[in-house]
Design a binder for this molecule. Structure first.
Ligand code: NAI
Length: 673
């Protein structure tokens, strides 16, 4: 019986890239550490690196004890004699060891030899862990007589900074060993995840492998360029680095070897020709000065130029789907829990969301569709959707949009009115203009229902963001002119006022409103859209104020909001000519914020709404008010309002939560209080 509290002495074998960092982590946590390597130079070098790193941590106030105190806990040991045999000194150290972490080079024969020796000399209670990235824990354990006490403890580089540790159960590893290793990882200040089966690549490298390989195959096949893939990964998915950027940064050779080792152990992945090519040419990335991008000199890193305007040129779901597929495989085969898989990609790869969280957001149906498309276009069998995903689609467990996917989000509520549909997918809500046969012409009834829906959603604290969109072929082709037949000019003026009131309601609404535009956005349709906070348009959407052609002018704010959004001359041009412009041109003028392919309109609007829904609601409201009221006033009034709102926010609970979460390096949970 091993108790984590009884662990006092930790022996780290191998003092290279990983070993010295692991020793540092253990010493910071207060353990006596033996750091072992084959010669004194390597060990001296390792101690120098640890010292440098401790000094950095100390300067940042991240070290409880002094640098010297921490360093004094680490003793170095040379374990090979001149004949290449293990030394007596090493045997003595092992006798005092409660927990060994092996981080020597990635060779099974050497690891087995080391484990056999450690097994012989370490006390019975000692756990023997390996930091291997790609070798089976089970095979390493087989060299010992205590396979139940051999476990994988996979750190990420650099260990002092990376919070994730994968704890891997070999075939014979006992639950107790896993528990103690998990507990020790926590004592190290790390966040462990449990890998319940000894599969090649564990969690992170499998998912990373799929992700990198897919981006690479897509480029190899000519479906997108390197920059388009990387821009989409960074700016649409919000990952810290693009696929090729990361490959260059970490070293194409490193990935090449890891994935090759995983393949040799049965991980079914088709090597991407581009990686092979780079590897063979010795163009490993930053370290050689050239990889997918070019660097000023070998080892000299500058961020590659990845233009933001290329983001979204490739459907992000295509890039994401194989990673989701892999994660589904892990889940279905009970390798890890969905929470641990999501935690692993967030902490190990720096993803802003877990792979299942992403899947739920984009929709499991879209993931399966993307996999089928990839399978066909790339001709890769491995893209076959996992049975778990197919089953989820059959059962209608599509993610956020149905209220349940990998996670539960609460009921999706759909309320059908005469002219609109209200869809609550908490924390967001959709208002869908629903007169498709009339291209969602804005009748007095529709405006009334829309106003009432907004009032109701404003009261609902669980709804943080509202999206407006149109059913059928258009967002809205404008006001319903048939309603004008036989009415007096006074009636029309009243209609105009009513409509204007609605646009003001949206402009000064207490929650962000997003417009998802497609087809036609004309006349009143455009005026409605212009009163929202952010407009996302599908490619090919036509926008305009065609009223002039009928003998009148825009009457629901068009003459006021259009020149506030785009340069005055352009606004007049649109209003005077009544001409329509495509979304792409509207984007250049600043009339829409983003243009996306039609099939991605809903997903993009949802992703943005969910992103905003995570922000503090009161601060969002304050920001909106400062901008809207400020722009309608003057700089003195605007700045005074800003200062007051700024001050006021410091009385909210959300500010405390925001600052606390920042210090604790976790995601804040804002309540709007
Ligand atoms: P490295 O090559 O930087 O360091 C390995 C060290 O082990 C060297 O200093 C070498 O002299 C020493 N060594 C070799 N045989 C030894 C023996 N019999 N006894 C004592 N020391 C011995 O390698 P690195 O990158 O630190 O990798 C070590 C292990 O960690 C590998 O199993 C690797 O798969 C794993 N790993 C590596 C990561 C990385 O990003 N580099 C990440 C996570 C795991």
């Amino acid at each position: 019986m091993v108790d984590v509290e009884k662990i006092k002495t930790i022996t780290v074998v191998g003092a290279g890239t990983m070993g010295h960092g692991i020793a540092e982590v253990a010493a910071i946590a207060g353990y006596n550490v033996y750091l072992v390597d084959i010669n004194k130079e390597i060990l001296d070098n390792a101690i120098e690196k640890i010292k440098w790193s401790l000094q950095k941590l100390s300067e940042k106030g991240m070290l409880r004890d002094s640098v010297d105190t921490v360093l004094s806990r680490i003793k170095t040991v040379v374990n090979l004699d001149e004949q290449g045999n293990y030394t007596q000194e090493f045997a003595e150290v092992l006798k005092k060891t409660d927990f060994m972490i092996e981080a020597i080079i990635e060779r099974l024969d050497l690891k087995q030899k080391l484990f056999a020796f450690a097994d012989e000399h370490a006390p019975e209670h000692a756990i023997l862990a390996t930091n291997t990235s790609s070798l089976p824990i089970t095979e390493i354990a087989s060299a010992t007589k205590r396979p139940e006490k051999v476990v994988g403890m996979h750190f990420f580089n650099p260990p002092p900074l990376m919070p994730l540790v994968e704890v891997i159960k070999g075939e014979k590893t006992s639950d107790e060993t896993v528990q103690v290793t998990v507990a020790l990882a926590k004592k190290f200040g790390k966040q462990p995840v449990v890998v319940k089966k000894d599969v090649p690549g564990f969690i992170v490298n499998r998912i990373l492998g799929r992700f990198l390989n897919t981006g690479c195959h897509i480029v190899a096949k000519g479906l997108a360029t390197i920059e388009e893939v990387d821009a989409t990964v960074k700016y649409v998915l919000g990952l810290p680095m693009g696929i090729f950027e990361l490959s260059d940064y970490s070293g194409i050779d490193v990935f090449y070897y890891v994935f090759q080792a995983m393949r040799e152990r049965g991980f079914k992945i088709t090597p991407c020709p581009l990686y092979e090519e780079k590897f063979k040419k010795g163009e490993y990335g930053m370290k050689t000065g050239k990889g997918f991008y070019t660097y000023p000199a070998p080892g000299k890193y500058v961020r590659p130029n990845i233009p933001k305007d290329l983001a979204g040129k490739i459907d992000p779901v295509l890039l994401l789907a194989p990673a989701v597929n892999e994660a589904a495989w892990l889940l279905r085969n009970d390798v890890a829990t969905k929470e641990d898989i999501d935690k692993a990609v967030k902490l190990g790869l720096g993803w802003p969301k877990g792979v299942f969280e992403f899947a739920d957001e984009y929709g499991i149906d879209k993931i399966v569709e993307a996999l089928r498309k990839l399978k066909e276009e790339l001709g890769l069998e491995e893209m076959e959707p996992d049975p778990l995903l197919v089953e989820m689609v059959e059962k209608g467990l599509l993610g956020r949009k149905t209220g349940k996917g990998f996670y539960e989000y609460g009921e999706v509520e759909e309320i059908k009115k005469k002219t609109i549909i209200i869809r609550k997918e908490k924390p967001i809500a959709w208002i869908i203009l629903n007169r498709p046969k009339r291209l969602n012409a804005l009748s007095p009834e529709l405006l009334k229902e829309l106003g009432e829906a907004l009032d109701e959603l404003e009261e609902d604290n669980d709804v943080r963001v509202v999206i407006l969109k149109g059913e059928g072929r258009a967002f809205s082709a404008g006001a319903d002119v048939t309603a004008f037949a036989g009415v007096t000019p006074i009636d029309v003026a009243k209609f105009s006022r009513k409509f204007q009131e609605l646009t003001l309601k949206i402009q000064f609404y207490t929650k962000p409103v997003i417009a998802a535009l497609h087809g036609y956005v004309l006349g009143g349709g455009l005026e409605l859209a212009m009163s929202t906070d952010i407009r996302i348009a599908a490619e090919g959407t036509m926008l305009g104020q065609p009223e002039i052609n009928l003998g009148f002018i825009p009457g629901a704010g068009g003459t006021q909001r259009l020149p506030r959004l785009i340069p005055k001359g352009h606004a007049k041009l649109l209003i005077y000519t009544g001409d329509m412009i495509p979304a792409e041109e509207a984007a250049k003028l600043g009339l829409v914020e983003k243009v996306v392919p039609l099939e991605r309109l809903e997903q993009e609007a949802r992703a943005l709404a969910l992103k905003l829904a995570e922000k503090p609601p009161l601060a969002l409201m304050a920001a909106k008010y400062a901008v809207e009221y400020g722009l309608e006033s003057n700089i003195w009034a605007g700045l005074a309002l800003e200062a007051h709102l700024f001050g006021l926010l410091f009385s909210t609970e959300d500010v405390i939560e925001g600052v606390t979460a920042f210090l604790e390096k976790r995601k804040p949970k804002f309540k709007g209080r």
